[in-house]
Ligand binder design. Structure first.
Ligand SMILES: *[C@@H]1O[C@H](CO)[C@@H](O)[C@H](O)[C@H]1NC(C)=O
Ligand SMILES: *[C@@H]1O[C@H](CO)[C@@H](O)[C@H](O)[C@H]1NC(C)=O
Ligand SMILES: *[C@@H]1O[C@H](CO)[C@@H](O)[C@H](O)[C@H]1NC(C)=O
Ligand SMILES: *[C@@H]1O[C@H](CO)[C@@H](O)[C@H](O)[C@H]1NC(C)=O
Length: 439
């Protein structure tokens, strides 16, 4: 019994000794240290004496995923590398010998970045673990997928340069705040995405107020697609319309050609409407250009219809009777009859008087015919002259239109301000005394 008792006490002492040695921190490995840190449950922000948390953003990688021209929204992916100091996560030099330890990201506090002008944001940790240094400095990366609504001046579409701000900030509520200090280390990843290209991205600061940082993304459109599908066809159709003045207008051949042109042009209007935003402060000039082209095409079609009418009839009034050489027909019939008559008269009487009268009639008829022919010739010549004049007028209009267009695109008519999203109301409220008063 005594032996058994002494053995059990020995085992007890041994086990307590082993517990003590294991409890000694020099034997505690990285995982054990991590568990100790996790057990502290440091899920609230490291708040200093004056309730400000400072997070250093060491670098940013920016990538434009897409730009929706119709909705004027930009989707981007932003990777943010950051560092901050959480003193409670640190360990003293002599207790544990490791310089760093890895902790699961959801077990400690991580800052949440605010994008002031985002329509939609999702923020994900880049990795599930963060590295914590001995002095409590935490290194962490997050990926932000964000949709920013941003108005770009499309007046000169498809020759467009625009800027989109993406406001990256902490937050500030009265005296407490999360301050981001963003290093000027922003890199751009693969700038070309479909029609839109990202030219550059840089970090800017709002000059009127501190702590308002934004990424300034410069975008431009690759004009090739829009030029090939919209501008070139419209110019070619206008050219075809101009050249179609070479077609004869009598018989309506030209009219059917011009109707085809007008119909094909309406198709481009549909494409344009699907592709570009309509309305807004500055409608793209292309809308006006297409309207102008359509009006010109329809005008030229109407003119050619009127000319056809004029060539047939000598008058453009629709109420006048159309006569396709009616006098000629009746006169011819009449003349045959009359010739028969004269023959009969000649045979019957053989009188000189009647012969003379018949001759006079023939002369009169021939004169009438000549007069009719001359009249139609005159009308025709007049129509052709009118056609020629109208052609030159159109050429003049087109040339002056092109000159005006070039001048307009050179000027800066439209200006947009994309930095009007800041909310001033939530900023400092200086009337309240935040100082601690023990009385
Ligand atoms: C436990 O660690 C301390 C130093 O932190 C050391 O002085 C002591 O000897 C250690 N105890 C054992 C049993 O290893
Ligand atoms: C808060 O304290 C830190 C130092 O602990 C100082 O650098 C910072 O300027 C202070 N902020 C304010 C708003 O007083
Ligand atoms: C920018 O950040 C990258 C890491 O993302 C780093 O390698 C590089 O040295 C930094 N450049 C500057 C100028 O700080
Ligand atoms: C943040 O940046 C400032 C200035 O660059 C530096 O003094 C400070 O040590 C940095 N803090 C951390 C946690 O890296």
């Amino acid at each position: 019994m005594v032996l058994k008792n002494s053995i059990s006490t020995l085992i007890l002492i041994m086990s307590s000794l082993t517990v003590m040695t294991r409890g000694n921190s020099t034997d505690c490995d990285r995982r054990c240290l991590a568990n100790i840190l996790v057990k502290k449950e440091l899920l609230s922000a490291p708040q200093g004496d004056n309730c400000t948390i400072r997070v250093n953003i060491t670098s940013i990688q920016y990538e434009t995923l897409s730009f929706d021209t119709k909705e004027m929204q930009m989707n981007s992916r932003i990777k943010v590398n950051m560092q901050w100091k959480d003193s409670d996560l640190g360990w003293t030099n002599d207790t544990y010998r490791f310089p760093t330890v890895v902790l699961p990201v959801e077990k400690i506090w991580t800052p949440r970045i605010v994008l002031d002008n985002a329509v939609e944001t999702t923020m994900e940790p880049y990795t599930n673990d963060v590295q914590v240094r001995r002095d409590g400095v935490v290194e962490h990366s997050v990926i932000l997928f964000t949709t920013v609504s941003c108005e770009i001046n499309l007046f000169n579409y498809p020759y467009v340069f625009g800027e989109c701000p993406v406001a990256i900030n902490g937050w500030s509520q009265k005296s407490c705040s999360l301050t981001l200090s963003i290093a000027n280390n922003v890199t751009l990843i693969s700038g070309s995405r479909g029609e839109w290209q990202t030219l550059s991205v840089s970090k800017n600061e709002d000059k009127t107020q501190e702590d308002r940082n934004y990424l300034f993304v410069t975008l431009s459109i690759n004009p090739f697609g829009a030029f090939v599908t919209l501008i070139l066809p419209s110019a070619l159709i206008m050219l075809a319309d101009l050249v179609s003045f070479a077609l004869p207008f009598e018989g309506g051949e030209r009219n059917s050609f011009k109707v085809t042109l007008v119909l094909s042009f309406t198709m481009f209007l549909l494409i344009l409407n699907e592709h570009l935003p309509n309305g807004g402060n500055c409608s793209p000039l292309l809308h006006y250009h297409f309207s102008f082209c359509l009006v010109c095409l329809v005008l030229s079609m109407l003119i050619s219809i009127v000319l056809t009418r004029l060539s047939v009839d000598g008058s453009i009034l629709p109420c006048r009777r159309v006569k396709v050489h009616p006098t000629l027909d009746t006169q011819t019939h009449g003349s045959v009859d009359e010739e028969k008559d004269t023959d009969v008269i000649e045979k019957n009487s053989g009188g000189l008087n009647s012969q003379q009268a018949a001759l006079q009639k023939i002369v009169k008829f021939l004169e009438n015919m000549n007069k009719d022919d001359k009249q139609t010739d005159d009308t025709m010549a007049f129509s052709y002259r009118l056609d020629k004049i109208l052609f030159y007028i159109f050429v003049f209009i087109y040339i002056s239109y092109i000159i005006i267009l070039i001048c307009i695109t050179r000027t800066d008519i439209c200006k947009v301000n994309n930095l009007d999203f800041w909310d001033d109301s939530e900023y400092y409220d200086d009337n309240f005394d935040y100082s601690y008063n023990p009385d």
